[in-house]
Design a protein around this ligand. Structure first.
Ligand SMILES: C[S@@+](CC[C@H](N)C(=O)[O-])C[C@H]1O[C@@H](n2cnc3c(N)ncnc32)[C@H](O)[C@@H]1O
Length: 242
């Protein structure tokens, strides 16, 4: 994979995104730690609390990658059944190794988020951290989340919105556009993957736009921005039946 996937919504995106993550899987965790400088930890904790808020029995972590979010959920709430799903086989391989090492029982299964291989109403909660931005069709992704959730179930999408229009946003924009692609390119040997990252963030809908789409799909929805708008949590609840 030498060319970066297209950003925004694009029907040719899926295969290229899959190939890109398969190609950087071995370095993904290291790069995450170096490039985020640990800032994402607090965001992930807040998102985990949202996922566990309705005491879910069955949780699906979509676009689970190397599995950190799924592993955290299982660690915090061991009685929850957790499945991690992703279409990149090499990312899942690493997730499985981590689960074995940490003695956590999680099923990591290959699947496309736009065509989830699960029956309707299978889960009480869905999490998706830093994966949604990569989908080829955002509405289709939300419709799949809605379909596999049980009534009253919730989806929690943690993402990078476009950089905020303030001083922090400008500093962050510089880091994101210049430092991150440079360092990421060197460590991963795949500069195109780390050019794709900032471009995909800039092309991603603002939280209020994504929430509007969630409402259209049928969710009750809200968002919360974190660290002055560097990240956002979008929460959708599938209305309960009366
Ligand atoms: C940036 S990683 C995020 C991984 C993990 N959730 C985390 O927080 O570190 C994005 C992941 O989304 C997956 N992904 C993107 N589009 C997908 C799709 N349509 N179906 C399944 N997985 C997808 C990629 O394979 C990749 O592993």
């Amino acid at each position: 994979m030498k060319s970066a996937p297209p950003v925004g919504e694009n029907s040719e995106k899926g295969e290229k995104v899959q190939a890109m993550f398969d190609s950087i899987a071995g370095r993904y965790d290291l790069l995450n730690r170096v490039l985020s400088m640990g800032v994402d930890r607090g965001w992930r904790t807040t998102a985990t609390q949202e996922v566990l808020a309705n005491n879910p029995k069955d949780v699906l972590d979509v676009a689970t990658g190397t599995g950190d979010f799924a592993l955290t959920i299982k660690k915090i709430r061991p009685t929850t059944n957790v499945i991690g799903s992703d279409f990149a086989a090499n990312m899942l391989e690493i997730a499985r190794e981590k689960a074995v090492k940490q003695q956590l029982e999680i099923r990591f299964e290959q699947g496309d988020a736009l065509n989830l291989p699960y029956p309707d109403a299978s889960f009480d909660a869905i999490s998706c951290s830093f994966g949604f931005r990569n989908f080829a069709d955002f509405k289709r992704g939300l419709e799949e989340f809605y379909r596999v959730l049980r009534p009253g179930g919730r989806c929690v999408i943690l993402e990078f919105p476009p950089p905020p229009d303030n001083l922090l946003g400008q500093v962050y924009g510089l880091y994101f556009r210049h430092v991150l692609p440079f360092v990421g390119g060197i460590i991963s040997g795949r500069p195109e993957a780390y050019r794709y990252l900032p471009e995909s963030v800039i092309a991603f809908p603002k939280p209020e736009v994504l929430v509007k789409l969630m409402l259209e799909v049928g969710f009750e929805a809200r968002f919360q921005v974190l660290t002055a708008g560097l990240a956002a949590i979008h929460v959708g609840v599938k209305k309960a039946l009366y």
